[in-house]
Design a protein around this ligand. Structure first.
Ligand code: PEP
Ligand code: MN
Length: 344
């Protein structure tokens, strides 16, 4: 349930409502807005009986929340969440960002070269995995902590922020220390122990959609992170498993505007994993921005033929530059402004 307070409600009125919610055995989540405060009730398993709340001073109305997820829903918060990164990049609301980099961080030289190309192409966030969740245990698993250090240094040298994946609780600790955004990969979307752990970090989390997750399951996964105390979540559509093997996944672009109706969280798109086909990445990135995505994240390798993972879907540097040139007007079509590249 959501309790909407009158615009003129005083702080003691708000406190009294919160205390009453707690006495009823629930948790109160006050959400001050531009004009008025709304107070969310969480911790209930079924409908909340609002009789004790309705007559309290300052209460305007009680709105039952019909969705299974609450904190992430538009019913709970009507204004868009905007996540701001250390280099000033904003993701959410009217802001979109271009994020790019290799699938994996492979060496110091490789990630520095990648950062240079990303900045030159107009990107503001550098991606790259230090911990790689691979389908095969024999595939390259990532370099770990040294890669995190190289990545941070490379990004800082070119004015970029960083996003990199945590695969378990131990790597989350390392990633939170070194990176600007903690990526939770598709395979871990339903690793609830890991999601709960993210509540202890200040760092924003980029939560990828699971390969077979419904939109509702994806939003419930995000709910775990908000419920654990971290409201800085960016959702990322990366395709779901279908029957056609011509593409790696089915890039479900419709989920972007759909989720934007259901949730206040920013939603970005990953057409690299969404399609798994290099030639499809740029057109689908442009389509995602035109559909109103709050950003795109794409794989680019300085030399895809030598990549240790996902080289087949990595953009060549000049392809990223072409995407960077098209991205601002695509974002404008989608009603967003693409964040400016840092000045060299
Ligand atoms: C990645 O970003 O390299 C990755 C492994 O993505 P996903 O979790 O979407 O498969
Ligand atoms: Mn990859």
């Amino acid at each position: 349930m959501l309790i909407v307070m009158e615009a003129r409600a005083s702080q003691p009125d708000i406190d009294r409502v919160c205390e009453t919610i707690v006495k009823m055995g629930y948790e109160a989540r006050p959400m001050p807005g531009g004009e008025r405060t709304a107070i969310g009730v969480v911790g209930n398993r079924g409908p909340v009986d609002g009789t004790r709340l309705f007559g309290l001073p300052g209460v305007k109305e009680l709105i039952p929340v019909s969705r299974p997820y609450k904190l992430v829903s538009r019913e709970f918060q009507s204004e868009d969440t905007i996540v701001e990164l250390s280099n000033g990049t904003k993701i959410g609301g009217k802001n979109a960002a271009l994020m790019a980099g290799p699938c994996s961080v492979e060496s110091e030289a490789q990630i520095f070269e990648a950062a240079r190309i990303v900045a030159r192409s107009g990107g503001t966030v550098l991606r790259g995995g230090a911990y790689k969740p691979r389908t095969s245990p024999y595939a390259f698993q990532g370099i770990g902590v040294p890669a995190l250090g190289w990545m941070r240094a490379a990004a800082r040298a070119f004015g970029l922020a960083t996003v990199t994946e945590a695969v378990d609780e131990a790597s989350a600790e390392q990633v939170a220390e070194h990176a600007d955004v903690i990526q939770i990969g598709a395979r871990n979307m339903q690793n609830y122990a890991l999601l709960k752990r993210l509540g202890r970090y200040e760092r924003p989390v980029m939560l990828k959609r699971g390969p077979s997750a419904t939109v509702e399951e994806w939003l419930l996964a995000a709910e775990y992170i908000l419920d654990a105390g971290n409201p800085r979540v960016i959702l990322c559509e990366r395709g779901i498993r279908g029957f056609d093997r011509m593409t790696r996944n089915v890039f479900d672009l419709a989920s972007v505007p759909l989720v934007q109706r259901l949730s206040h969280l920013p939603v970005i798109a990953d057409p690299s994993h969404g399609t798994g086909v290099r030639e499809l990445v740029r057109p689908m990135a442009v389509a995602a921005l035109a559909a109103g995505a709050h950003g795109v994240i794409v794989e680019m390798h300085p030399n895809p033929a030598e990549a240790l993972s996902d080289g087949h879907q990595a953009l060549y540097p000049e392809e990223l530059e072409r995407l960077g040139a098209a991205a601002p007007s695509a974002a404008t079509l989608g009603g967003r402004t693409l964040g400016k590249a840092p000045q060299p």
